[in-house]
Write a protein that binds this ligand. Structure first.
Ligand SMILES: *Cc1c(COP(=O)(O)O)cnc(C)c1O
Length: 401
């Protein structure tokens, strides 16, 4: 799964560069920094690898999302369509720009259903936010088409699918703007961090300004810079960037290892069970950090997850999870009465409590996800595969008895 499993000398070396100069800030201090610009180098490396014109680092995936939404000029009262299966950061980011999260259902890709997106469009809709969950992608062709037909922006949240591709393009670079997260458990980590990706210079300009108090970053004296916009401090530091720069060189190695582990376990399951797998619109482009299975019923899924956990196999059951699925987002559903939001915004929030999520529920209640570890040996991979098979067969038999 994550990059933190393979820290090594590379990370240490870049951190040492930073500590030797003592400059922890990404801007200025030229005379002291020994020509080390870790954030800038990391951004260049990201641009080159992902073949995107502009990459701008920020302090987290969440701040990258907030910045992206604002860079598109989306804010007060605008609607953004998102799936109900994601990390809480997605709706947090939308809400804190003053915009309105509107849910469309997921389908068997575990991400936005294009049909459901079509139905969720209103005159207030400004953007679609596909979220490439658990390493794999939404149906981007369809979603881009819907966006084009309806004059909407596409904000890709590729925080969980770093290095994943769709039809040859890296996830996060297909829509108008995209985000990756480098938090501690992501495919590439720098402790905390994120990046905004775009091919549009004006959006990029907004991003580097907004994440640094609105400074225009023109000229040689930062203290005297102009402020074309109001911003915040969402900067990344040189220490985080140093780690990220080292981790970034390991991306292909991580992806190859994940793909090989995933294939092995999937093959064992295919040969021995009739379990179904999540549909991946472009299998080649899977980042393969997770293996997601569909069991026959909620009952079977609950039994299997219980046994996986008691056998020490890492596994997630999203239907009961209060970070990743709408069913348990009680704090979010109660927002209409949260007086820290403007009344106008609260009035525009849909009644999430009474929204019908049957289509998404039917999928998520049968879904089990196994995070894959880069540390597993060939032997362990086979053992884990065989244990999962045994658990599924045993539990299926017990239900049928
Ligand atoms: C991790 C994550 C984020 C937020 O990233 P942070 O860096 O933790 O702020 C956003 N969206 C999704 C889908 C994520 O998994």
């Amino acid at each position: 799964m994550p990059g933190f499993e393979i820290f090594g000398e590379e990370e240490r070396k870049h951190i040492e560069d930073v500590m030797n100069s003592g400059v922890l800030m990404r801007y200025n201090f030229e005379p002291l920094r020994n020509a080390h610009w870790k954030a800038k180098e990391f951004e260049t490396a990201i641009q080159e690898k992902l073949k995107v014109a502009y990459a701008h680092l920020s302090s987290s995936g969440t701040t990258a999302l907030i910045t992206s939404i604002k860079a598109l000029g989306i804010g007060a009262g605008d609607e953004i369509i998102m799936p109900p299966f994601t990390f809480v950061a997605s709706f947090e980011a939308i809400l804190f720009t003053g915009a309105i999260p509107v849910f469309a259902d997921i389908d068997d890709t575990l991400t936005l259903s294009p049909d459901s997106v079509r139905k969720a469009i209103t005159p207030r809709t400004k953007a679609i936010m596909p979220i490439h969950m658990c390493g794999a992608m939404a149906d981007m062709d369809e979603l881009m088409k819907i966006a084009q037909e309806n004059n909407l922006w596409v904000i890709e949240d590729a925080c969980q699918a770093i290095g994943g591709k769709y039809k040859g393009k890296y996830l996060g670079t297909i829509g108008h703007i995209g985000c990756l997260s480098f938090d501690f458990v992501k495919t590439i980590t720098c402790g905390e961090g994120g990046v905004i990706l775009t091919n549009d210079l004006s959006k990029y300009d907004y991003c580097h300004r907004f994440t640094d108090h609105g400074h225009d970053h023109l000229g040689n004296d930062r203290g005297a810079e102009n402020h074309p916009i109001i911003g915040l401090n969402f900067r990344i530091s040189e220490l985080q960037s140093a780690i990220g720069l080292a981790q970034w060189t390991k991306l292909d190695q991580i992806l190859n290892k994940q793909k090989s582990i995933k294939n092995s376990i999937k093959n064992i399951l295919k040969e021995n069970t009739d379990v179904k797998f999540r549909r991946i619109p472009d299998k080649e482009g899977d980042n393969a950090s997770f293996l997601s299975l569909f069991l026959e019923s909620e009952n079977l899924a609950r039994r299997v997850i219980r046994e996986l956990k008691s056998s020490g196999i890492p596994s997630a059951y999203w239907y009961d999870n209060n970070w990743h699925y709408v069913r348990k987002w009680d704090h979010f559903k109660a927002l209409k009465s949260d007086t820290t939001l403007f009344k106008e915004q609260r009035d525009l929030l849909p009644d999430y409590e009474s929204q019908d999520f049957t289509q998404s529920d039917e999928i998520i209640k049968k879904t089990i996800t196994i995070p894959l570890s880069l540390k597993w040996t060939e032997e362990e991979i086979r053992e884990i595969g065989e244990k999962i098979v045994k658990i599924i067969i045993n539990q299926t038999n017990q239900i049928e008895k």
